[in-house]
Design a protein around this ligand. Structure first.
Ligand code: GTP
Ligand code: SPV
Ligand code: MN
Length: 610
C-alpha cells in the first residue's frame, strides 16, 4: 500500500523540468523514502547535512583551528575502494562492452536492480542533486542529476561538482541530463537504529551507455557513489565522446611555465594511485619553472577551431589519495587541505582533532585508526587505509591556474602516459609519432593499487589508464584514439606529442631509483625541450629516451649508476614483455586497429625478434 503523493518534498520541487520530475517521482515510488529533499548546494544546507552526519556519528568534526569546517569519516571496512568486479557496462549488444568490461543486458540488469531498489530507501531521506560537470558557462553544459539516500554523498558531491540550485536553474525545463541513481542499499525498519556507514554486501555499479543512465547500489565509497566522477565523466562520457569525436580521459591537466615565460599545457594519464594528483600539484625543484594545476583526475579533450586539442577538467574538487601526501612530497595539497572545507575518509584521527596518515612524517604517540581503534607507533597495522582519501575544493589549491574556469579549456602540447613498474620501463620515453604513442598508451602496464578492491601489486595492462573506465568496447576505444590522430581537419601536426613515464622503477635493492615528486619537474623540462627541439635523445627500440647529458640533474643527489639504470632500455626485459602484449592484443580480436599490430611487429623487429 503505497501513497507516494504524500511523500514530503515530492510535490514541492524547485523545478518544472518534466522529465526530471517524472523520474524523481518514479524513483521515490520504487524506493519509498521517508522524504524527498532537493539539494540547493547552499552553505546552510552543508551546515545542516554535516551537522546531521556528526550527530549520527558518520562524520567527526575536526579541530576548527587546525582544519576549519572539515570532517573525519570511517567507512565500513568492506567498503573502501572501487569494485571493478561489480562494475557493469550494460550496452544492448554485448560486443559494445567487451572484451574488458563486465556486461549484462540492460533489461536484465534493470530487472535485477529494480528488485534491489524496491523499498531500499525506507526510513531514509532521498536527496536529489542537480549538478553540472565542467563550467556552467559552457556552450553545452554537461548536466547530471544524482538521486541518493546518503547525506555523505550529498556533502561530497558539493565539493566535487558544481551542483544545486545554480545547476538546476541552468537546466531550465528541457536540458538533457544523465540520470544517476544511487542507494547504499540499507533500508531502515521502523525504530531500527542506523549504523555509522550503511552499505550492502551486494553491490552493482551499472552503466547504460545508450540511454546515458547510471544505477549504483550497495556502496558509499567515492568512486562507486559520487556518480559525476568515474561513472559519468569517464564511463558515460567516453561513450558520448566516441559518438561526438572527442576524448574523455583519466588524465591530470597542468600548466607549465619555463624561466623564459613559455607556457605549455600537459595532460597525463596514470592508473589509479599512480601519481596524477602529485604531478598536477607539483612544486618544481628546478629554478625558474612553475607548475599550475588545472585538474588531477579527469580531462575532457575536444578539438578547437584552430585544430588544437583543448582540455577541460569537468570536476570541482580533488578526491585524492591521502597516504604519501605531506609537506615534502606534495606541499600544495597540504596547503589546500589547511584551508579546510574538506572530508577525510579512512585516514587516522589525532588526539587534537587533526588527521594523520602513513607518509606524513613521524606518527604521534596515539591515534584513532581508520577502524576506530586505538593506535600507537608499535601497532602492526597501518593507521590509515592505503586508499584513504581527502575530498577538498579545487578552488583552494594555491596554484590553481586562471584558465580553470574557462569552458574552452587549454590547448594540450604533450600527453604523458605512465604506470607503476618496478622494472623495464624507463623514466621517460618519447613516442616516434601519434600511432606509436597510441601503441604505448594501449600497452600501459602497471601494478594494481589499493584504489580498487582486489590484489595489490599485480602487473596488468591498463590502456590509457582507462581499463576500469572505458564505457564501451576497448578495441573501439583504441580505434577512436587512432582516428583522433588524423587531427582536426586532417592536420595532425597540431596534435599533442606523446611520452611515456615511469616514476616507480626500482633498483635490485628494492628502493626507488628516481626521487619523484618535485624532481619530476626535470622530466617535464626535458619534455618541453623535446617539443622545442632543443634536447638530445637516444633512439632506442622502444622510442626516444634522454641522452644522459640532456636530462637536467643539476643539484640532484643521484648517482651516475642510478641515472643510467632509471633511463636504461634493456632489450632482454623488453623481449620478455612481447608475449604479454601479444596476448593482450589477441583479446581484442577484429576490433584491434591493424596499425597497432604493425607497431608491435615493428617493435619486435627492432628488438631482434624473428
Ligand atoms: P587516483 O586518485 O587514484 O586516480 O590516483 P593518482 O594518480 O592521482 O595518484 P596520486 O598522485 O594520489 O599518488 C598515489 C600514490 O603514489 C601516493 O601515495 C603518492 O605519494 C605516490 N606518488 C605519487 N607520485 C610519486 C612519485 O613521483 N614517486 C613515488 N615514489 N611515489 C609517488
Ligand atoms: C581512482 O580510483 O582512480 C580515483 C578514486 O580517482 S575514485 O573516485 O574512487 O575512482
Ligand atoms: Mn582516478
Amino acid at each position: 500500500m503505497s501513497a507516494p503523493t504524500v511523500t514530503p518534498g515530492l510535490d514541492t520541487a524547485p523545478t518544472s523540468h518534466p522529465r526530471l520530475l517524472a523520474w524523481v517521482r518514479e524513483v521515490a515510488e520504487l524506493t519509498t523514502p521517508e522524504r524527498v529533499v532537493w539539494c540547493d548546494g547552499s552553505a546552510p544546507e552543508w551546515e545542516r547535512l554535516t551537522g546531521e552526519l556528526v550527530d549520527a556519528g558518520t562524520l567527526v568534526r575536526l579541530n576548527p583551528s587546525l582544519k576549519p569546517n572539515s570532517f573525519w569519516s570511517r567507512t565500513d571496512p568492506s567498503d573502501v575502494a572501487r569494485v571493478e568486479e561489480r562494475t557493469f557496462i550494460c550496452s544492448v549488444d554485448e560486443a559494445d562492452a567487451g572484451p574488458t568490461n563486465n556486461w549484462m543486458a540492460p533489461a536484465e540488469m534493470k530487472r535485477t536492480m529494480t528488485e534491489l531498489y524496491r523499498g531500499c530507501m525506507t526510513g531514509r531521506t532521498m536527496y536529489v542533486i542537480p549538478f553540472c560537470m565542467g563550467p556552467l558557462t559552457a556552450e553545452n553544459p554537461m548536466f547530471g542529476v544524482e538521486i541518493t539516500d546518503s547525506a555523505y554523498v550529498v556533502a561530497s558531491m558539493r565539493v566535487m561538482t558544481r551542483m544545486g540550485q545554480q545547476a538546476l536553474d541552468k537546466m531550465g525545463d528541457d536540458a538533457d541530463f544523465v540520470a544517476c541513481l544511487h542507494s547504499v542499499g540499507a533500508p531502515l525498519a521502523p525504530g531500527e537504529s542506523d549504523v555509522l556507514w550503511p552499505c550492502n554486501d551486494t553491490k552493482y555499479i551499472s552503466h547504460f551507455p545508450e540511454t546515458r543512465e547510471i544505477w549504483s547500489y550497495g556502496s558509499g565509497y567515492g568512486g562507486n557513489s559520487l556518480l559525476g566522477k568515474k561513472c559519468y565523466s569517464l564511463r558515460i562520457a567516453s561513450a558520448i565522446a566516441r559518438d561526438e569525436g572527442w576524448l574523455a580521459e583519466h588524465m591530470l591537466i597542468l600548466k607549465l611555465t619555463s624561466p623564459e615565460g613559455d607556457v605549455r599545457y600537459i595532460a597525463a594519464a596514470f592508473p589509479s594511485a599512480c601519481g596524477k594528483t602529485n604531478l598536477a600539484m607539483l612544486e618544481p625543484t628546478i629554478p625558474g619553472w612553475t607548475v599550475e594545476t588545472l585538474g588531477d583526475d579527469i580531462a575532457w579533450m575536444r578539438f578547437g577551431s584552430d585544430g588544437r586539442l583543448y582540455a577541460v577538467n569537468p570536476e570541482y574538487g580533488l578526491f585524492g589519495v591521502a597516504p604519501g601526501t605531506d609537506w615534502k612530497t606534495n606541499p600544495n595539497a597540504m596547503r589546500t587541505l589547511a584551508r579546510g572545507n574538506s572530508i577525510f575518509t579512512n585516514v587516522a584521527l589525532t588526539d587534537d582533532g587533526d588527521v594523520w596518515w602513513e607518509g606524513m612524517g613521524e606518527p604521534p604517540a596515539h591515534l584513532t585508526d581508520w577502524h576506530g581503534n586505538d593506535w600507537t607507533p608499535t601497532s602492526d597495522r597501518p593507521a590509515s587505509h592505503p586508499n584513504s582519501r581527502f575530498c577538498t575544493p579545487i578552488s583552494q589549491c594555491p596554484i590553481l591556474a586562471n584558465e580553470y574556469e574557462d569552458p574552452k579549456g587549454v590547448p594540450i602540447d604533450a600527453i604523458l602516459f605512465g604506470g607503476r613498474r618496478k622494472t623495464t620501463i624507463p623514466l621517460v620515453t618519447q613516442a616516434r609519432d601519434w600511432t606509436h604513442g597510441v601503441y604505448l598508451g594501449a600497452t600501459i602496464s602497471s601494478e594494481t593499487t589499493a584504489a580498487a578492491a582486489g590484489k595489490v601489486g599485480v602487473v596488468r595492462r591498463d590502456p590509457m589508464a582507462m581499463l576500469p573506465f572505458i564505457g564501451y568496447n576497448a578495441g573501439d576505444y583504441l580505434r577512436h584514439w587512432i582516428e583522433m590522430g588524423k587531427g582536426a581537419e586532417g592536420d595532425p601536426d597540431k596534435l599533442p606529442k606523446i611520452f611515456y613515464v615511469n616514476w616507480f622503477r626500482r633498483g635490485d635493492d628494492g628502493r626507488f631509483l628516481w626521487p619523484g615528486f618535485g624532481e619530476n619537474s626535470r622530466v617535464l623540462k626535458w619534455v618541453v625541450e623535446r617539443l622545442n627541439g632543443t634536447a638530445d635523445a637516444v633512439e632506442t627500440p622502444v622510442g626516444f629516451v634522454p641522452a644522459s647529458s640532456s636530462l637536467d640533474v643539476s643539484g640532484l643527489d643521484l648517482s651516475e649508476a642510478d641515472l643510467a639504470a632509471v633511463l636504461a632500455v634493456d632489450a632482454e626485459e623488453w623481449r620478455s614483455e612481447i608475449p604479454q602484449v601479444t596476448e593482450w592484443f589477441e583479446k581484442f580480436g577484429d576490433k584491434l586497429p591493424g596499425v597497432l599490430w604493425s607497431e608491435l611487429d615493428a617493435l619486435k623487429a627492432r628488438l631482434g625478434i624473428e
